[in-house]
Design a protein around this ligand. Structure first.
Ligand code: ATP
Length: 569
């Protein structure tokens, strides 16, 4: 039930309109149905004996209508039409809210993750995130739909019970008590569904996290004939998920199957009591049975939808938990000074550790504006860590990072990152046009920006020869382009927004020496307008550097400023 309050709080206006329309719909239907008893009484020639019939005939007389069969049929039909229109209005609200629940959860999660600290983001398994955005958001929105349906059935049941109580309150109370007893007896099936739903949420996360990791390293697994290990683990996880789904479906279908005969027994018992024990007239019994059967049917439907809601709601809570955890680990936004980068980037006694592991030990580093700096060192030495510190993705435990003599934490972080162009080792191209790959859909970037960036990256020569030029599609992961061409597109992407600082993290290491040499020349030509920091082991990028830093055992061995091709240490 907690989820109903959560949804009510998140979407108060829509939930209120939905509830009011459903309530009015039930009342409209109820008013129409009040004429059913006098209608049957007149049609069957029974004596008008019930208070309800007398009241209805009185009210009709007050508004100048004769209590004929036609009048009463017309009232029933009008009640039904108004009720249907209101139900439609209520259901539209449910539809809008369901779509919003899914979209809002997706957007909130993505925003919270993108705004979280880099170390937090790195800990999140990609597959679990993809699952959260796709499956969990959908399941959470379905839980809202089921919750809304459950409420609709409950409201209807209450209105029907009220009308039934005018015919015979004793019979209504007895049926409601028995109906409630049945709901309590069958409640364990709802519990089973809830726990099966919880298991599904967890298992789906695990399965997709594992699947994504496996799929991204399928080539070596296949090459070493070890894919059967991954395959058997995936099968095991899929089998667990299968069991949880089976449990949910079995308990859902059992509830449905058990409810029907129980309802029939109750109705038959009620009919016997009304006719044989309470000796009610047939017209009253018929109306009463119709109303009570409807009340019990609606209560059971409400329980069915409650069960479905219970099976899906864990997805909503799991998503909320992920969003809250990411928000709690959000990047603190403290600085508000506008960065420029007109002088230098300086590290003063900067130390950084991952947990207890010291990666950078009081390093000093200076990158003058307009220079080309190469950063070398053994694998795992901490070169990428230095780049992450420059981008303010990581925060050092001690020491200072100064941008033009201003501590980096005093700068507006977003503005600082806008001055950076970043080229990673993996060229990740989207299956889209070259233009889209360069601008990444940023509305602030024009086709002219893309063309300029492609020219700066030395890509224009081959792009202009492609059919459609910048509209040419690059293929799945850029499969229609060569490695060097792909890398130039990624460099153009990093240059499109006119960065002041270009960061290259092993950006050319997957290329053949010729392509690398060509790209190195292109990059060198970008200085001194753009300051460049390149992590590389490769001679081509080291040769063109104005200064080279060597990182080893947490220390920056030494540096040489403004004298190309020299390395000390
Ligand atoms: N998120 C992390 N959590 C814990 N340790 C990490 C994390 N990221 C990196 N490390 C560790 O920090 C050390 C430095 O990593 P970094 O990626 O900076 O090295 P690198 O010099 O760039 O290596 P390579 O040349 O192999 O890319 C490595 O030993 C790595 O295992």
């Amino acid at each position: 039930m907690r989820i109903l309050f959560a949804f009510g709080q998140a979407y108060p206006a829509r939930t209120t309109v939905m509830l009011v329309s459903l309530l009015l719909a039930s009342i409209a239907e109820g008013i129409g149905l009040t004429t059913l008893l006098p209608l049957l009484t007149i049609a069957m020639g029974d004596q008008i004996h019930s208070e309800l019939s007398t009241k209805v005939i009185e009210v009709l007389g007050m508004i100048g209508l004769a209590p004929t069969i036609v009048t009463m049929l017309v009232i029933i039909v009008i009640g039904m039409i108004i009720s249907s229109a209101l139900v439609m209005l209520g259901n539209h609200q449910v539809g809008y809210a369901v779509a919003h629940v899914a979209t809002d959860l997706r957007v909130d999660l993505i925003q919270a993750l993108l705004g979280s600290r880099w170390e937090y983001y790195l800990r999140q398994p990609t597959g679990a995130l993809a699952n959260a955005v796709a499956t969990e958001a959908y399941r959470a929105s379905k839980s809202y739909e089921y919750a809304a349906n459950m409420l609709a059935f409950l409201i209807q049941a209450i209105v029907y019970a009220l009308i039934a109580s005018f015919v015979s309150w004793e019979a209504t109370v007895v049926s409601l008590l028995l109906g409630t007893l049945l709901l309590v007896v069958l409640q364990h099936l709802v519990k089973t569904s809830r726990s099966a739903g919880k298991s599904q949420t967890k298992l789906m996360r695990d399965l997709l996290a594992y699947l994504t990791d496996t799929l991204s390293s399928v080539k070596p697994l296949k090459a070493m004939a070890r894919h059967d290990i991954a395959d058997s683990l995936l099968r095991h996880q899929a089998a667990e998920l299968n069991k949880a789904m089976e449990r949910e479906i079995v308990s859902r279908e059992t509830l449905r199957a058990v409810q029907e005969p129980m309802l029939a027994i109750l109705v038959a018992g009620g009919m016997y009591m009304a006719l044989e024990v309470w000796k009610l007239p047939l017209s009253s019994v018929m109306v009463l049975i119709f109303l009570v059967a409807r009340v019990l049917g609606l209560m059971h439907k409400a329980q069915q939808h409650y069960q479905r809601m219970a099976a899906q709601e864990s997805a909503y809570w799991a998503l909320q938990k992920s969003i809250k955890a990411a928000v709690a680990d959000a990047e603190p936004n403290v600085g508000n000074r506008t960065p420029v980068l007109y002088n230098s980037i300086r590290f003063e006694k900067v130390s950084f550790s991952y947990g207890d592991r010291l990666i950078l030990d009081a390093i000093d580093l200076e990158i003058p504006v307009g220079s080309f700096t190469s950063l070398i060192g053994p694998s795992g030495a901490g070169k990428t860590t230095i780049l992450d510190l420059v981008c303010a993705l990581l925060v050092p435990q001690s020491g200072r990072i100064l941008i033009d003599n201003t501590p980096i934490e005093e700068l507006n972080r977003q503005s600082w990152r806008h001055l950076i162009g970043y080229v990673p080792q993996e060229t990740l191209l989207l299956h889209d046009s070259i233009l889209a790959n360069v601008t990444l859909g940023d509305p602030a970037l024009t086709a002219e920006d893309a063309e300029r960036a492609l020219k700066q990256a030395g890509a224009w020569e081959f792009v202009k020869k492609l059919p459609g030029n910048m509209q040419a599609i690059v293929g799945e992961r850029g499969g229609k382009l060569s490695g060097g061409q792909r890398q130039r597109i990624v460099i153009a992407r990093a240059l499109a927004h006119r960065p002041a600082l270009l960061i290259l993290d092993e950006a050319t290491s997957a290329l053949d020496p010729e392509s690398e040499a060509a790209i190195s020349r292109t990059l060198k030509a970008l200085t001194p307008e753009i300051t460049i920091i390149a992590v590389s082991h490769r001679p081509a990028l080291i040769d063109i550097a104005d200064q080279i830093y060597r990182l080893s055992d947490g220390k920056l061995a030494s540096s040489e400023h403004a004298y190309p091709h020299k390395l000390i240490g």
